[in-house]
Design a protein around this ligand. Structure first.
Ligand code: GAR
Length: 202
C-alpha cells in the first residue's frame, strides 16, 4: 500500500519536526513519509533539520508573496506538486484562513502546547501559552494534537497528554517539559494514526 505523503509546516526551531524525522527513522511512523517541509520564516532552523534529513524544503513568506491570499495559493500549489495527503502543523505560527482549511477536511493536524480547551485560540502560541498557564496557576497542563478546521485550535481532538506543573517553573522550563513529556511523542503517534486512516481510504 502506498504511504501517505506528509508535508510539515514550520516557523521556528523545529523540535517537533525533528521528533517526526526521528519517529520515521525508528518506524513509529510507517504509514506515511515526510515528503516536504514548508517554512513561513526565512532561515528557520527547522529548514536545516529538514535538509539534514534529505527532505525537500520551501520558504514561503507572506511578505515576499504580497499577502495572505497569494501566500496560501503558493502553499496549495506546492502541496499539489508534491502530491501531499496530510499537512502537519508543527510549530507553524501563522493562522490559515477558512478558504484554506476547508480544502483539506481531516487532512490537517496541529500540535498545541496545552490541554485544549485551556489556553488556546487566537493569541495563544509558543511561550505565551505557558505564561498564561503559570499566571492562572494550573497544576496540570500538557499538549494536544487535533484536526484543523476554521476555528483556531477548535478541531476534533486526536490525542492529549497531561504534564505536571512544578513549583518554581518558568515559562521556558515548563515549555521544555511539555515538549519532552508530551509533544515529541504525541505528534508522531497522532501522525501515524491519521496516515493509517488515509491509507485505509485509498
Ligand atoms: C511547540 O511548543 C508547539 O506546540 C507550539 O510552538 C512550539 C514550536 O516548537 N505551537 C503552537 O503554539 C501553535 N499554536 P518547535 O518549532 O521546536 O517544534
Amino acid at each position: 500500500m502506498r504511504r501517505a505523503r506528509i508535508a510539515v509546516l514550520v516557523s521556528g526551531g523545529g523540535t517537533n519536526l525533528q521528533a517526526l524525522i526521528d519517529a520515521q527513522a525508528k518506524g513509529v511512523i510507517h504509514s506515511g513519509e515526510l515528503s516536504l517541509v514548508i517554512s513561513n520564516c526565512e532561515g528557520a532552523y527547522a529548514l536545516t533539520r529538514a535538509e539534514n534529513a534529505g527532505i525537500p524544503t520551501l520558504t514561503l513568506t507572506k511578505k515576499a508573496l504580497g499577502g495572505q491570499t497569494p501566500f496560501e495559493a503558493a502553499i496549495i500549489k506546492a502541496l499539489d506538486e508534491y502530491q501531499i495527503d496530510l499537512i502537519v502543523l508543527a510549530g507553524f505560527l501563522s493562522i490559515l484562513t477558512e478558504d484554506f482549511t476547508a480544502r483539506y477536511p481531516r487532512r490537517i493536524i496541529n500540535i498545541h502546547p496545552s490541554l485544549i480547551p485551556a489556553f488556546c485560540g487566537k493569541g495563544y502560541y509558543g511561550l505565551r501559552v505557558h505564561e498564561a498557564a503559570l499566571e492562572r496557576g494550573v497544576k496540570l497542563t500538557g499538549a494536544t494534537v487535533h484536526f484543523v478546521n476554521e476555528i483556531p485550535d477548535g478541531g476534533e481532538i486526536i490525542l492529549q497528554q497531561a504534564v505536571a506543573v512544578q513549583a518554581g517553573d518558568t515559562p521556558e522550563v515548563l515549555q521544555r517539559r511539555v515538549m519532552e513529556e508530551a509533544e515529541w511523542s504525541l505528534l508522531p503517534r497522532a501522525t501515524e494514526i491519521v496516515c493509517q486512516e488515509i491509507c485505509e481510504q485509498k
